[in-house]
Design a protein around this ligand. Structure first.
Ligand code: HEC
Ligand code: HEC
Length: 165
């Protein structure tokens, strides 16, 4: 009988560990971390980073009028919007927890949820990375899943409290 008892305990443990039932809260690492670290986001976010050899230190050394090449016709972005962030927004190589903490910190004060929702769902550069990917050297692969999957994952993460871990 002992073995049957052990078996049922194991089965109960298995059921408890199964996703869906107990609805674990959504964390940054579940789906978003991988998307944040896609090349389309990283290539621009590390643009001004010396540590990560961003483009400003090689192929773009003397290119400052961004729109002259990354034109509206290519990117779909209004003039003045194709730009790279400050190097403190470079999250190259960071794990889920650190990436998440960084972006929350950079969001600044105010209604964090509203700001995060607004930025992640409507920022034109993010839209470009999700559904476009066009550069002066041709089209680069966009983030898999596009805006549809992205907005689902973003909304779920924000609704559950923007958990980093
Ligand atoms: C003289 C034309 C020219 C100018 C001006 C220019 N770029 Fe570029 N950019 C390119 C070309 C060509 C590529 C693709 C080759 C490369 O990576 O250097 C590129 C690629 C990029 C990429 C990589 C895109 C990706 O996802 O792979 C980023 C980011 C970028 N540029 C940002 C900028 C920013 C920010 C500026 C303004 C400070 C700028 N560029 C100005 C021509 C230009
Ligand atoms: C063409 C360059 C570019 C691309 C591509 C890009 N970003 Fe950004 N990102 C920026 C700039 C510039 C800012 C700062 C904007 C500001 O201060 O309003 C920024 C700000 C952010 C912020 C808010 C600041 C922070 O650290 O909290 C987040 C989050 C963010 N980007 C995520 C992403 C994600 C995710 C992707 C890819 C799906 C992406 N970005 C693609 C240029 C880019």
């Amino acid at each position: 009988m002992k073995s049957i008892h052990t078996l049922s305990l194991a089965l109960a443990a298995l059921l408890l560990a199964m996703p869906g039932q107990a609805a674990e809260p959504v964390k940054f690492g579940d789906a978003l971390h991988k998307k944040f670290h896609h090349d389309r986001c990283i290539q621009c976010h590390q643009f001004n980073s010396r540590k990560n050899n961003g483009r400003t230190y090689h192929s773009h050394r003397s290119r400052y009028l961004c729109d002259n090449c990354h034109t509206f016709r290519l990117t779909g972005l209004p003039r003045g919007e194709w730009m790279a962030p400050h190097e403190r927004m470079d999250y190259t190589g960071m794990d889920a927890r650190d990436t998440c903490l960084l972006i929350k910190r950079n969001m600044g004060s105010g209604d964090a949820r509203a700001k995060m929702t607004e930025h992640l769902l409507h920022d034109v550069r993010i839209r470009w990375a999700l559904d476009n990917g066009m550069t002066p050297a041709g089209r680069m692969p966009a983030v898999p899943g596009g805006h549809a999957e992205w907005s689902r994952d973003v909304r779920a993460w924000i609704a559950d409290g923007m958990l980093c871990e």
